[in-house]
Design a protein around this ligand. Structure first.
Ligand code: SAM
Length: 281
């Protein structure tokens, strides 16, 4: 009997339509779906009229479940793994299962789709040529600060997941440990209250403090890495307000004139602003 196939299937991070045709067809055709929370996934599966049997695989039963699932794969069954949202294994269970399955020679294929970190980076307006994904920071402030200190000299964009309960505390720790870097907060992506805020940590904190609705939901927090030079630092950390001024003046005035005005108001060197205008042309 030939061995079955394990599929790692991405599901939506909010909007139910964000799933591929291939994922829906595959979830209908496999023998079993291993889901992080079967009750949670029922909503998605019912929506797409998928009636494949489900079994739970979560952080607390993954080791034991992986053995059962690998046995079934080796017996010829095809199995799909899904998580509550987005791509399994990305801050979600599945690592042990994939590792065990590959050890046993089972073919493991991705069915790609939504991932909150990648969706957030695509709209952040921060450098994406290199980034460091750190998932969830520790829940307690001391651990969080220590981790932020360890990451503080990384020169690339840092990407974190955060929940509504800790978003303010996390931003405050970030401000203390990393200083006033430019950040982007992506909240409730693909959902009704989708919001993407950019600015210095202080500016973004001020928005959240003035409107408690902005503290609700699921967040991806992205922060610029340690600048390689003072010039980079100034350019990256220019405030949202001054960026907006620049974006209004640049199309209307000669670059030198626009740079002079924004430099006067922001205190950032004329040359840096001038280079930013040329880069964006
Ligand atoms: N596997 C998922 C993925 O591919 O993105 C991530 C799972 S992790 C347990 C859940 C976290 O992802 C949330 O706490 C939040 O930080 C982030 N997240 C998930 N959906 C999101 C959304 N629609 N908007 C912003 N962040 C989201």
């Amino acid at each position: 009997m030939s061995c079955g196939h394990l599929y790692i299937v991405a599901t939506p991070i909010g909007n139910l339509a964000d799933i591929s045709y291939r994922a829906v067809e595959l979830l209908k055709s496999v023998d079993l779906i291993a889901a992080e929370d079967t009750r949670h996934s029922r909503y998605l599966l019912t929506h797409y009229q998928i009636s494949t049997p489900c079994m739970s695989l979560h952080d607390h039963n993954e080791t034991q479940r992986s053995e059962q699932l690998v046995y079934r794969l080796l017996s010829g069954e095809n199995i799909a793994l899904i998580s509550d949202a987005g791509t399994p294994l990305i801050s979600d269970p599945g690592f042990r299962l994939v590792s065990r399955a590959r050890d046993e020679g089972v073919v493991v294929s991705p069915i790609p789709g939504a991932c909150a970190a990648i969706a957030a980076l695509s709209v952040a307006g921060l450098p994406t040529d290199q980034f460091f994904f750190d998932g969830f920071l520790p829940a307690k402030s001391a651990g969080r600060r220590q981790r932020l200190t360890e990451l503080s000299d990384k020169p690339c964009t840092l990407v974190f997941y955060e929940s509504t309960h800790r978003i303010l505390a996390m931003l405050r720790d970030m401000q203390d440990v990393l200083g006033e870097r430019r950040i982007t907060l992506a909240r409730e992506l693909t959902k009704k209250f989708e919001t993407v805020l950019s600015g210095s940590v202080e500016e973004v904190l001020a928005i959240l403090m003035s409107d408690s609705n902005q503290q609700k939901g699921e967040f991806v927090v992205m922060v610029t890495g340690l600048a390689k030079s003072t010039e980079d630092a100034e350019g990256l950390n220019i405030s949202g307000e001054h960026r907006r001024l620049l974006s209004l003046l640049a199309p209307e005035l000669p670059p030198k004139k626009a740079a002079a005005i924004v430099s006067e108001i922001s205190g950032i060197s004329k040359r840096i602003i001038y280079n930013m205008i040329l880069e964006n042309k």
